[in-house]
Ligand binder design. Structure first.
Ligand code: MN
Length: 239
């Protein structure tokens, strides 16, 4: 099947990359992907370590999905960003500075897309935790009720935004002008170049769920809300 073929060819490519990097001894270790990812020495923009093991989000998001999504897609955005800023006046800039200085500039769209995807993915991994999800308590719980009427109304708004994003993109819980809102962005677009401050995001690019759910994006969104959403991270972002 196409899926099996894809898995095998990606594994071959991965082993080849690891081999070239000269860390063949770690091929069979579960941390091999991370070790390779962290070996991008001397680059300005780095791939942050995941805040949990690659299998920690299963069964909602499988280890296989995290391995490709983090180890391949996210890593590629980091690599591309570093290549594109090398030798330019943004070479030493921080990630958010690169994003803000390239936003809305036609001639910088490739750099913006890659840098914004680095930020969005950094934010996405932190928006989840094993054993998360469900109705939040405390301060954030109160704010959700005040803003949406009830937790269920928030969950419906977030699910609808994530499901309705046509093609690739993101759904977000943001705080804008003191008000909680659910928004969606297309492709690499990110709220950090607007007045809105992100609290939580979900990636709805197909690479985020297709290995596990194929076309059933709604089931992935449901799992995210019920089992993974990291309300502690949302609360930290409120400050
Ligand atoms: Mn992604």
């Amino acid at each position: 099947m196409e899926y099996d073929r894809l898995q095998k060819s990606n594994r071959r490519e991965f082993l080849l990359r690891i081999g070239i990097a000269g860390v063949a001894a770690s091929i069979t270790s579960p941390g091999a992907g991370r070790l390779f990812a962290m070996s991008q020495v001397g680059s300005n923009i780095s791939l942050p370590a995941l805040p949990y093991a690659q299998n920690a989000l299963a069964p909602v998001i499988s280890e296989n999905t995290v391995s490709f999504h983090y180890g391949k897609h996210h890593q590629a955005y980091v690599n591309n960003t570093n290549k594109l800023i090398a030798g330019t006046d943004l070479e030493k800039a921080g990630l958010e500075e690169v994003i803000r200085k390239t936003a809305g500039r036609q001639d910088q769209s490739t750099l913006f897309n890659n840098a914004a995807q680095v930020f969005n993915h950094n934010f996405y991994w932190n928006s989840m935790k094993p054993g998360g999800g469900g109705e939040p308590q405390g301060k954030i719980g109160e704010r959700i009720k005040d803003s949406f009427g009830s937790y269920q109304k928030f969950a419906d708004a977030f699910s609808n935004a994530a499901a309705a994003q046509f093609g690739s993109g993101w759904a977000w819980l943001v705080i804008d002008n003191g008000k909680f809102q659910v928004i969606k962005t297309a492709n690499a677009e990110t709220p950090i170049v607007t007045s809105a401050k992100p609290l939580i995001t979900i990636d709805v690019w197909e690479h985020a769920y297709y290995l596990d759910y194929q076309n059933r994006r709604a089931d992935y969104i449901k799992g995210f809300l019920e089992k993974l959403l990291n309300w502690d991270f949302a609360e930290k972002n409120l400050v």
